[in-house]
Design a binder for this molecule. Sequence first.
Ligand code: HEM
Length: 383
Amino acid sequence: MNSTLFLQSDISNPYLTYKTMLQNNPVYWDETNKIWALYSYEDCVSILKDPKAEIPTVNPNNEQKLNKKALEILNNLTRLSNGIQHKISKEIAMLLFSKMKSVDITSILSQLIKNNLAANKMDWVNSVCKKLPLLVVLKSFNFEDKDCSFILYQIESLVKIMLPQKTEEQVKSINEISETIFSIVEKQLFQLSFYESLSAKITESNALSLDEIKTISISNLIGLFIQSFDAGRGILSNSLLQILNNKTFSTKTEIEKSVIETLRFDPPIHNTRRIVVEDIFIGESLIKKNDSILLVLASANRDPKKFKNESKFDMERNTNTENLTFGIGGHMCLAKHFSIHLATEALWFLFNEFKTIKILENNIQYEPMINARLPKVIWISLQ
Ligand code: HEM
């Protein structure tokens, strides 16, 4: 039997594997990796909504030897917390997110294209996808250009802080950059006009000191950078590939529908994990306290019980928006609409600006990641 955990770089079509598993083993115990894997839409939704299934701890007892600042960031991230800590950090993350000022996505994009286009060719992933979502977030919080450049340069190392397992090298670079990023964000946070009222609001509803609120706020602002990087990169890459493949670029509405269908059909994030804090049943399978679960969201998105003609890219299917790519329940992504809007604006600008856009890659290679399917490079020609 296949392992449920594989690198996306090692497999050309993971959807065939998901299809087989959904048909034959929708609730599967992977003995090698000691993890349950869920492949159906119904089971993924029920676990995502179940308070008995929590977010697993990354780096228990600091076994990965992160330094003080890196640990402070990791331990305060809403994405990785549970219970009351999640309630507070999510409230702060949402307040920060709601205060983002609107920035002109197309002028940032057009500058990126100008800086990177040579002989009408450009690598879409490294020139745009890895930069645009994070730059939009940074500029929405008024970060200075030099701080934007520093964070943009370091983000690829910093995002590794989320990995359940890290190499020594990854820990070393996370430790090296955490303190500087923390102090850049701290300085900027105090310049934001809304910060005082945000922290007053949080002290009113929770028994926390101003210092504690400051640390949670800085960590979750950094969390927004982290979250925007991989997934933001993926939505832009995968949507471009699908739109060109399906030739669905004639209107902005068509682009938006294609982005949403891409999120179902070829999502950047393929799975997320939970740990069970009390015995539960999924159908006839007993999931015991402390068992780990892999929720294969990309498989749930192709469950024929939910999505008719599930293997077809169909931007008109009326259930497309119900894909699970942003999660669901208490930990659902807070940037769903932001991400769809950003991708739609960026791709509409691209197709409006250039008459002919061609993919120059024959064989897209993916990053060696377990949870995300992200093209490494996509060379395109723009005429
Ligand atoms: C295509 C783009 C994106 C995808 C597919 C995505 C996906 C997800 C998923 C699946 C989760 C839930 C994880 C779980 O329950 O286990 C999540 C949570 C989260 N996302 Fe996103 N995300 C995207 C973009 C973003 C962006 C741009 C931001 C910030 C600017 C962001 C911020 C967050 C945060 C803060 C959480 C944690 C919410 C919580 O702890 O309750 N995401 N995202």
